[in-house]
Design a protein around this ligand. Structure first.
Ligand SMILES: Nc1nc2c(ncn2[C@@H]2O[C@H](COP(=O)(O)OP(=O)(O)OP(=O)(O)O)[C@@H](O)[C@H]2O)c(=O)[nH]1
Ligand SMILES: [Mg+2]
Ligand SMILES: [Zn+2]
Length: 343
């Protein structure tokens, strides 16, 4: 009893301290904003969000004599959550600091729910999602399929990228080849590269030139290493895999946008542990499995769950090999993870 009370009191204190800290940060932020606004701001101009740090963002000026220069910007109250890749209207203050005034409309938006199930945009205005995986840490087909559903849902073209080609050996080759074959059969573009040894990197550059791409995937698959190989002058931070678990160590903590010299941008994003799809409906998930397209609506029962119903077009296709077992497993696991309301 005494112990529980103590814990409750401790929890209360921790919450109080955290609340006070957040309030102080918000106050500092609004004071900084007031000072800036009071100091006479430059004219409104367009800019590109190239990185995002909690309450502030880094904006690259896109017009005027400071075009290409980077400014740290405060956000006016009531702005929606901004992400890397967003186009904004902003005003310069003094000493490389500015204020974001408005967010311009997004052409695309890649979203995922955070740990509390709140939907968060990850990157804006990208037209290519590069789903990166590697022999180590071991790839999860289910995670790849989740990204593919999210890509289809957001209307963004996906590219599957196996990095660390140099780590393929006799032991892991059969499983990796089988995995790649699943996606090649579906018609998705697949590339095999090594950020360390350079294999396939020119092909990758050709795919990225002229596009706005985002690298996504588990921590430790080598997203930042690929950025460094493509853009050596960037020198972004790379981290080792954990010796204990063989998993990535979450080195990149904020999404950052880089420009290619020949046109096109690339966003490096922090690796993830899991990709929730709480924001999409059952119908969205089905639409995200492109091989189901011709089959949906052909089941005997209109509300078929493609589980064990007689006359199910999907089950028949699975039996005939037109739908691959691994994809069916992914589909079932994603559906099972959706909140009940979206059934
Ligand atoms: N053998 C080999 N190792 C690589 C290759 N690319 C990256 N690595 C290693 O993989 C580890 C993780 O690389 P990062 O680039 O930090 O991975 P990341 O995907 O950016 O990880 P997060 O930022 O945590 O999401 C580092 O030890 C890299 O040196 C490669 O092509 N071959
Ligand atoms: Mg990284
Ligand atoms: Zn069915």
């Amino acid at each position: 009893m005494a112990k529980r009370q103590l814990n409750r009191r401790q929890n209360w204190r921790i919450e109080k301290i955290q609340g006070e800290r957040a309030a102080r940060a918000a106050k500092r932020e609004s004071q900084a904003l007031e000072t800036l606004e009071g100091g006479g701001l430059g004219p409104e101009q367009t800019g590109l969000v190239i990185a995002h740090f909690g309450v502030q963002v880094e904006v690259e000026a896109q017009e005027g004599e400071t075009s290409g220069q980077v400014f740290r910007c405060h956000l006016r109250a009531n702005l929606p959550a901004l992400v890397t890749g967003d186009k904004v209207v902003w005003r310069a203050g003094n000493q490389g600091i500015g204020v974001i005034v408005a967010q311009l409309p997004r052409t695309t938006e890649l979203c995922r729910p955070d740990t509390r199930g709140q939907l968060k945009p990850v990157a804006a205005n990208v037209d290519l999602i590069v789903i990166v995986f590697a022999p180590m840490p071991e790839p999860h087909a289910n995670l790849i399929d989740r990204y593919l559903v999210a890509a289809e849902h957001a209307g963004i073209r996906p590219l599957l990228l196996l990095n660390k080609f140099d780590l393929i050996d006799e032991q892991n080759a059969p499983a990796l080849n089988a995995l790649l074959e699943v996606y090649r059969t579906l018609g998705y573009p697949v590339l095999e590269v090594s950020a360390h040894h350079g294999n396939g990197m020119q092909d990758l550059q050709d795919q990225l030139d002229g596009h706005i791409s985002v690298f996504v995937g588990q921590s430790g698959v080598g997203k930042s290493s690929l950025v460094n190989s493509l853009l050596p002058e960037v020198g972004t931070r790379v981290g080792p895999l954990s010796e204990y678990s063989g998993q990535g160590t979450h080195t990149t903590t904020t999404a950052r946008l880089f420009h290619f010299p020949r046109g096109g941008d690339l966003i490096d994003s922090p690796g993830i542990r899991e990709f929730g799809l709480g924001h999409v409906s059952r119908a969205d998930v089905e639409a995200g499995f492109i091989e189901f397209n011709d089959l949906l609506g052909r089941c005997r029962f209109r509300d078929c769950k493609h589980d064990r119903e007689p006359g199910c077009a999907l089950l028949k296709a699975l039996e005939d090999g037109r739908v691959q077992q691994q994809r069916m497993n992914s589909y079932r696991s994603i559906i099972a993870s959706l909140p009940e309301s979206s059934y």
